[in-house]
Write a protein that binds this ligand. Structure first.
Ligand SMILES: [Zn+2]
Ligand SMILES: [Zn+2]
Length: 380
């Protein structure tokens, strides 16, 4: 068989060019018109069979009893880029600050190489270019659109700011957390700031609720398990001498098992409702689980490790993170693995975390991701 790494090296510059083009033209979730048009044009030219799911693309090549799927996400974030680079975002307020531009470019590179060697394929290969990973659950739309029909295994690659450039980070089992969101309104009775006795002040109720929420993880969750409860937004009041009618709290909770997710959700609701009651207030609380934890299949993770080592990549460990990823939805349906590719390079000043206005990726390793995707497709 051909050498995937050599093939990827040949198109290294092309992958970087695609990445820069996507980077300069970021599009938010479900608005990936330009990006998906460019991707589709290339895939058609290379002989892929295309199915559109909105701004998402399902592209097949080859025939065989089994199908291996490779997935890239295409959406950007509502962030103003602060990097001073020639390929800086041209769209004010929008930026590829998570690296999905790199994911799209790497998988496009893999698509090109796979097509060039399609006569050597033993299986069908399906490429999934999905919209709206960032909070839009685009993965669910793709699954509804048939992305997993007939698929035996799925793999996805994410550039990883915590890992040194070029290191392939592989984990068996839990990798990213399940994500929940809550929104609460604690309602009292407004009035004059100098006459609290005629009001029901929702501010102390909100303050107590915020502190009480912190005790869920500290006192109720097994210390050997990981969980987070964060209040990210508190809003109430309009003036220094006015007791407001209500206070709003909004936050997120993270977990690695569905049981713990359900537990956190019910405790958040109970604590806010009952703390409000203790302060003579009333609370309206909504809490939802937005996505499950991303759990890698042990066998599939081992397969990735074997393949990556075989083609000469530098394989390392990657830490679990309480960040979330909608790749989890695919892994609920078919076995597979989510893989990290290190892009941190101190010498180049590429040290900022994902979703930071100065986030960037070490482009010199993107072809390694392409090589791994190609190798997975052929060796599955
Ligand atoms: Zn992100
Ligand atoms: Zn991401």
């Amino acid at each position: 068989m051909f050498d995937p790494l050599k093939e990827a090296e040949k198109i290294k510059e092309e992958i970087i060019e695609w990445r820069r083009d996507f980077h300069m033209h970021p599009e938010l979730g479900f608005e990936e018109e330009r990006t998906s048009r460019i991707v589709e044009e290339h895939l058609r030219e290379w002989g892929y069979r295309i199915k559109r799911v909105g701004t998402g693309i399902i592209a097949d090549i080859g025939e065989g009893e089994r199908t291996i799927a490779l997935r890239a996400d295409m959406d950007a974030l509502p962030i103003q880029e602060e990097n001073d680079v020639p390929y800086k975002s041209k769209i004010p307020g929008k930026m590829h600050a998570c690296g999905h531009d790199a994911h799209t470019a790497m998988l496009l590179g893999a698509a090109k190489i796979i097509a060039e060697h399609s006569d050597e394929l033993k299986n069908r290969v399906r490429l999934i270019f999905q919209p709206a990973e960032e909070g839009g659950n685009g993965a669910l739309k793709m699954i509804e659109g048939g992305a997993l029909e007939g698929v035996n295994a799925i793999f996805g690659l994410h550039v990883w700011a915590e890992l040194d450039s070029g290191v392939v980070g592989i984990r068996e089992g839990p990798f990213l957390a399940g994500v929940g969101r809550f929104l609460a309104r604690i309602i009292g009775k407004g009035g004059h700031g100098a006459a609290p006795q005629y009001t029901i002040d929702p501010i102390p109720a909100a303050a107590d609720a915020i502190l009480a929420l912190q005790r869920i993880v500290a006192r109720e969750v097994d210390p050997l398990e990981s969980a987070v409860v964060t209040v990210g937004r508190v809003q109430g009041g309009t003036a220094f001498n006015v007791i407001p009618e209500f206070v709003e709290l909004e936050g997120t909770f993270r977990f690695f098992t569905n049981e713990l997710g359900e537990f956190l959700k019910s405790r958040i609701v109970e604590i806010i409702e009952n703390t409000a009651k203790a302060h003579r207030c009333r609370a309206e609380v909504e809490a939802d689980i937005l996505g499950p934890p991303t759990i890698n299949n042990g066998e599939m993770a081992k397969f990735v490790r074997r393949v990556a080592e075989d083609i000469g990549l530098n394989v390392g460990e990657v830490r679990k993170t309480l960040g979330g990823e909608d790749f989890a939805f695919y892994l609920q349906k078919v076995p597979g693995a989510f893989i990290a590719l290190g892009i941190r390079n101190e010498e180049k000043g590429i040290v900022y975390p994902h979703h930071h206005p100065k986030f960037d990726v070490d482009e010199d390793v993107l072809h390694l991701g392409t090589a791994l995707e190609v190798a997975l497709a052929f060796r599955f």
